[in-house]
Write a protein that binds this ligand. Structure first.
Ligand SMILES: Cc1ncc(COP(=O)(O)O)c(C=O)c1O
Length: 159
């Protein structure tokens, strides 16, 4: 007798099914209201209004101003924008970046690109649980300027 194995999807960080509420809100924009929100013609009006509404809602939810909310198409785009953007904007304060050895490639490759642009970066190892040793951070921090941790207990290190 063949037993069916139950499959469990564990990659929701990469992609996840949308909830029925999200699907019903999004559906009009995938069918009749599909214009480019950045365009000058009227096809963009409804999508643009919806994006500005969402921007306001997100900013009220997490704090800050609507104009500080930037929507991206992916985690890779977000990581590139945040890391390179912050590093370039703050480069007068220093040009050294610390990343952990288990960062996603979008983080590691952003650090490597910054190296080509004249920044230095240090990679700190992780233990068998995937956690960075604070002592390694402290050593690397002798020159620290920017630190891009993934899921590290940074609050604990600060104490
Ligand atoms: C921790 C982490 N960062 C970044 C990404 C990249 O996200 P995306 O595939 O949306 O570019 C992933 C994707 O799985 C991820 O798991």
């Amino acid at each position: 007798m063949k037993t069916e194995m139950k499959k469990v999807y564990l990659d929701n960080m990469a992609t996840t099914p949308v909830s029925p509420e999200v699907r019903s809100v999004m559906l009009p924009f995938l069918t009749e209201n599909f214009g480019n929100p950045s365009c000058l013609h009227e096809w963009g009006d409804i999508p643009r209004d919806a994006i500005e509404l969402a921007r306001g809602q997100v900013s009220s939810l997490i704090g800050g101003n609507p104009e500080e909310i930037i929507f991206t198409a992916s985690g890779t785009e977000s990581n590139n924008t945040a890391i390179k953007g912050l590093a370039m904007a703050q480069q007068k304060k220093g040009k050294h970046i610390i990343v952990s050895a288990i960062e996603h490639f979008s983080v590691l490759n952003s650090a490597k690109t910054l190296e080509k642009w004249g920044f230095e970066y240090t990679t700190v190892p992780v233990d068998k649980y995937g956690v960075v040793n604070p002592e390694d951070v402290r050593k690397a921090s002798a020159m620290i300027r920017y630190w891009f941790p993934s899921c590290m207990p940074t609050g604990k290190w600060a104490q």
